[in-house]
Design a binder for this molecule. Structure first.
Ligand code: TXA
Ligand code: MG
Length: 349
């Protein structure tokens, strides 16, 4: 079983030494746990792809340390200095977003600096950068003194981990020697919002993945109108439809869903939808419905989503039923993850 290390100063030093030696380590962030490696080492980055089982042309996010000092007092110059080793250009909206939301659950895509490894960017000319808001991640980054490439610490296509135990479970068979630094449960619970600024001056900032920082917040802070993804070619693993997928079939319903839509579902159903199961017709008279709570507050829902999906997926349910969520941007992150969970669900059952 992988080793879970409490985040003591000694363990943090051990993890930093491990990273310097070109090894991979799982670290906590406020969104989900990441599988980190030295972003400047080709060999270290290759170990991430191998451990995750992820196709090598999928780009990774580079995590960077925040400026020292009070986080509300970071200056434009400090962010330019931090970003310049990674980004060829640091345009005004990137600085505005960094000053407003970093450290925090936001990834900014910029044109890459020449030294950024193709292994990190998936061969693209752009790089994803994020300054995470977790004290343990920040301490690791400060001591490491470099960028850490880190995708979510799950096997490719599976649910992202929001606790050290999830990571241990994820790699128990394929990578039992891995070290996991424990930073408790992630406070946000879904992956960062990704905003592409590479065409900010022509088509505007583009949201590639919704998350806790909303589209409205990005538009307001940058004072720009958001654009649409200009090319289908952007390689974006969270963009594959079958992602974040539980093994149990997952259905989404609300009060507008036809009453016979779950007609052929049989056996045991975990019911987390907001509309009552009694509104639906089932052919199987022995259907057993187990009521589960799913928060009606978007921040709370994000925080528990992956934990709940993992927990339900590990039990012997024949189906999971979740709510169709409101279309307002505050729900966009959770709505997106549940839609993908539903599309990819039921595959290895
Ligand atoms: O919250 C998060 O972002 C977490 C934590 C660990 O920081 N990380 C995360 O990484 O979700 P990952 O690799 O599971 O998802 C990152 C997404 C991928 O879908 C990748 O394709 C996209 O970011 N991405 C990274 N660099 C990119 C780039 N240059 N252009 C377009 N998409 C990029
Ligand atoms: Mg991921």
């Amino acid at each position: 079983m992988p080793t879970i290390l409490s985040a003591t100063p000694q363990h943090i030093r051990q993890v930093v030494d491990h990273l310097r030696a070109g090894e991979i380590v799982a670290i906590p962030t406020e969104t989900v746990y990441g599988l980190a490696a030295d972003a400047s080492s080709q060999l270290a980055v290759e170990k991430i792809f191998q451990a995750k089982g992820r196709p090598s042309d999928h780009p990774l996010i580079v995590h960077i340390a925040a400026p020292l000092g009070d986080k509300d007092q970071s200056t434009a110059d400090e962010w330019i200095e931090i970003l310049s080793p990674w980004a060829r250009e640091v345009p005004p909206p990137a600085i505005m977003l960094a000053m407003e939301y970093w450290p925090g659950p936001l990834t900014i895509i910029l044109p890459k600096a020449r030294r950024v490894l193709a292994a990190v960017t998936g061969g693209q000319e752009t790089v994803g950068l994020r300054c995470p808001d977790h004290p343990v991640a920040q301490e690791v980054l400060r001591q490491f003194k470099g960028g850490l490439a880190a995708p979510s610490a799950n096997r490719f296509g599976r649910i992202s981990p929001t606790s050290a135990e999830h990571v241990a479970h994820e790699f128990s068979e394929t990578k039992p020697e891995i070290l996991i630094l424990d930073g408790e449960e992630c406070s946000v619970g879904i992956e960062s919002t990704i905003v592409d600024l590479t065409h900010w001056d022509t088509i505007g900032p583009v949201i590639l993945r919704p998350g806790a920082i909303t589209a409205e917040q990005v538009a307001r802070t940058t004072q720009l109108t958001l654009g649409k993804n200009p090319t289908e070619k952007i390689r974006f693993s969270g963009g594959l439809s079958a992602h974040y997928a539980p093994k149990t079939s997952l259905y989404l319903v609300d009060e507008n869903t036809p009453v016979d839509s779950l007609k052929y579902v049989s056996g045991k159903i975990a019911w987390a939808a907001w509309v009552s199961a009694s509104e639906f017709q089932f052919e199987d008279t022995k259907v057993q419905v187990f009521e589960k709570q799913f928060p009606k507050d978007p921040t709370e829902a994000a925080k528990v989503l992956y934990q709940l999906l993992r927990e339900l997926d590990a039990q012997q349910f024949d189906a999971l039923v979740f709510p169709i969520l409101p279309t307002d941007s505050i729900w966009a992150g959770v709505r997106d993850r549940l839609a993908r969970a539903s599309v990819g669900s039921g595959i290895d059952k």
